[in-house]
Write a protein that binds this ligand. Structure first.
Ligand code: URA
Length: 242
C-alpha cells in the first residue's frame, strides 16, 4: 500500500494532508524519514511515527478503554466530557467508506459507571456483540448501599421483572463478595440493567464497575482514562462466543 494511503487509512487526515505530512519530513519508518508519499510499504506489522508519535498499522481498530467516572459514551455529550476525548485523534478520525467515522463504543456505560469499554470501527463486531444471541458475559463489580442478604442474591439469580418488559431478567452469576460488594454477571445489556435489577430486589447501586467481558479482563495496569489495542487473540475470543 502507498504510504499516503496507509496514513489515510489510520486516521491521519485526508489523502492530501497525509501526503503533505510525508513530503514535509514528518513521517518516519524504523527511524528513517520517508519523503516519498507514493512509496509502497508492507502493512503487516508496520510501525511508523507521525510527528514523533509512534503508530502501529491496524487494518481494523479494536481497542479497550478504562472508562473513568464522569464521562459520557456519546459523541455529542449533554453534560459530561465524551469518552472519545480520551482517544488519540487518529482513532477518532479513521475513515470508513470515504467518510470520517472513527471508532464507536460497543454498547454504552452510564456516566458514573467505570471500567471496561470496547471501541471499534468494525460495524459487524458491534452488531455481533450487541446481539442477544451472542451471549458475551459481562461482569460487574457493584457497590451497594445496604448490606446484602442471601434472599437478594437468590432473587437476582432467579430473575426479576423490570418496568419495561414482563419477562423476568436473571443474572447469569451473582455472588456477594462482601456485605456491600456484589459481583454480577449479565449476558444482556438492557438500559441501566444492573441498577434496575439491584433496585428491584430492594437495594441500591452506589458504584458500578465493569471488570470483564467474556475472557477479556480489564488489566490492572490500565489506569482510568487509558486505552490499549486488543490483541488479535482477544478479538477472536470475543467473536467466537455465542
Ligand atoms: N448496568 C447499569 O445499570 N449501568 C451501566 O452502566 C451498565 C450496566
Amino acid at each position: 500500500m502507498q504510504l499516503q494511503d496507509v496514513l489515510y487509512s489510520q486516521g491521519f487526515g485526508t489523502r492530501r494532508v497525509c501526503a503533505g505530512l510525508i513530503q514535509h519530513g514528518l513521517v518516519a519508518i524504523d527511524g528513517e524519514v520517508v519523503l516519498d508519499a507514493a512509496l509502497n510499504v508492507q502493512t503487516q506489522g508496520l510501525r511508523f511515527t507521525v510527528q514523533g508519535q509512534p503508530w502501529d498499522y491496524h487494518e481494523r481498530a479494536y481497542v479497550m478503554l478504562h472508562k473513568p467516572a464522569g464521562t459520557e459514551c456519546s459523541q455529542k455529550p449533554s453534560t459530561w466530557p465524551s469518552i472519545y476525548t480520551l482517544l488519540p485523534a487518529p482513532l477518532r478520525q479513521r475513515p470508513q467508506k470515504g467518510a470520517v467515522q472513527g471508532v464507536q463504543a460497543v454498547g454504552r456505560l452510564d456516566q458514573d459507571t467505570t471500567g471496561l469499554l470496547l471501541l471499534t470501527d468494525d460495524g459487524q463486531f458491534i452488531h455481533r456483540m450487541g446481539s442477544p444471541r451472542h451471549h458475551v458475559p459481562k461482569v460487574y463489580e457493584v457497590t451497594v448501599k445496604h448490606p446484602l442478604d442471601d434472599a437478594q442474591v437468590q432473587r437476582l439469580l432467579q430473575g426479576v421483572v423490570l418496568d419495561d418488559d414482563p419477562a423476568p431478567v436473571a443474572a447469569a452469576a451473582c455472588e456477594a463478595v462482601s456485605p456491600l460488594h456484589l459481583r454480577l454477571t449479565l449476558t444482556e445489556g438492557k438500559y441501566h440493567q444492573v441498577k434496575r435489577m439491584v433496585a428491584a430486589v430492594g437495594n441500591r447501586v452506589e458504584a458500578l464497575h465493569r471488570s470483564r467481558m467474556g475472557d477479556l479482563e480489564l488489566p490492572a495496569e490500565l489506569a482510568p482514562g487509558q486505552w490499549r489495542w486488543l490483541t488479535p487473540a482477544e478479538v477472536e475470543s470475543l467473536m467466537r462466543r455465542g
